[in-house]
Design a protein around this ligand. Structure first.
Ligand code: PLP
Length: 295
């Protein structure tokens, strides 16, 4: 597969820096932060890694338009819009909820629109069926031929793009912690890690679909399941974009101690999971845990 011309300001490999925290030190755990949030000002975190090979495939396939899906606050929609501007693709964002069409755009959609994304608001019932060939054909008829990315941007090429994350960490960690929405980042990360390391995915949504989904993505990307990984479903705090007082207190305290306010929807839940597991004695003394700051 060819490559696309990368925008300037890419900071790769992203920094891996140790963070001293007395609560972890008491448990014999060393924490490293894998700062994927610093990769690019607009393609932050896992977004660049998930899009990279897809952009190359779109270019190789002669596509000039990217079409993708998301909710009104989707980080993925916003990142795809930015990628379109930076890499020279038209973009179409199919947004869940036709009731939003008549309201002012929220900040996230306004940013996507300002980057040139054409927004198409779909009623929720049709949106749920948007992977079906008939619905997709209708969208392509409306917007013209396009390279289609699934909701959240997780497909086989996204997982393959995320193997670099595991390779960059290499043997500098025994355990790697990452937040999971659709599972594409975990699927690739685990495949890129060396044999001895384990990846733990912290689910931010309710439900136990992620094991199956990560397996499916690894099969699609690599032809088999890869690496040592597991999903922890205990730290969703009520579900997507929900929080508990315990999570809010943890995140506020983390920001004061370390001068880094964790992104609330994904990263705070993962960090809370790491600190809780450490306090429960889940990591043997001397364990090096790398936490991926995906946003
Ligand atoms: C900041 C952040 N972290 C983690 C994730 C989870 O990634 P994935 O959907 O690949 O599991 C997302 C969603 O893409 C995200 O926006």
């Amino acid at each position: 597969m060819g490559s696309v011309i990368e925008p300037p300001e890419l900071s790769l490999p992203s920094p891996l820096t140790e963070l001293a925290d007395e609560r972890l030190a008491r448990c014999g755990v060393r924490l490293l932060l894998k700062r994927d949030d610093l990769i690019h000002p607009e393609l932050t975190g896992n977004k660049y890694r998930k899009l990279r090979l897809n952009l190359a495939a779109a270019r190789d396939g002669g596509h000039r338009t990217l079409l993708t899906f998301g909710g009104a606050w989707s980080n993925h929609l916003r990142a795809t819009a930015a990628a379109g501007r930076l890499y020279g693709f038209r973009t179409v964002g199919v947004v869940r909820g036709d009731e939003l069409a008549d309201r002012p755009l929220n900040a996230s959609l306004a940013r996507a629109a300002a980057d040139g994304m054409r927004l198409d608001f779909l009623d929720r019932a049709t949106y749920r069926r948007s992977a079906e060939p008939a619905v997709l054909a209708g969208l392509l008829a409306r917007h013209g031929p396009a390279y289609v990315l699934p909701e959240g941007g997780s497909n086989a090429l996204a997982a393959r793009g995320c193997t670099d994350l595991g390779r960059e960490i290499g043997d500098r960690a025994d355990v790697v912690a990452v937040a999971c929405g659709t599972g594409g980042t975990l699927a690739g990360l685990a495949a890129g890690l060396p044999d001895g390391a384990e990846a733990i995915g912290f689910a931010v949504l309710r439900g136990d679909f992620l094991d199956r989904e990560v397996r499916r993505l690894q099969q699609a990307a690599f032809g088999d399941t890869r690496g040592r990984w597991r999903v922890d479903n205990r730290f969703h705090h009520g579900g997507y974009a929900r929080a508990t007082p315990e999570l809010d207190a943890f995140a506020a305290d983390f920001a004061v101690r370390h001068g880094l306010a964790p992104e609330p929807v994904y990263v705070a839940k993962m960090l809370h999971g790491v600190f809780t597991l450490a306090a429960e004695g889940a990591f043997p003394s001397g364990t090096r845990v790398a936490a991926v700051i995906t946003g």
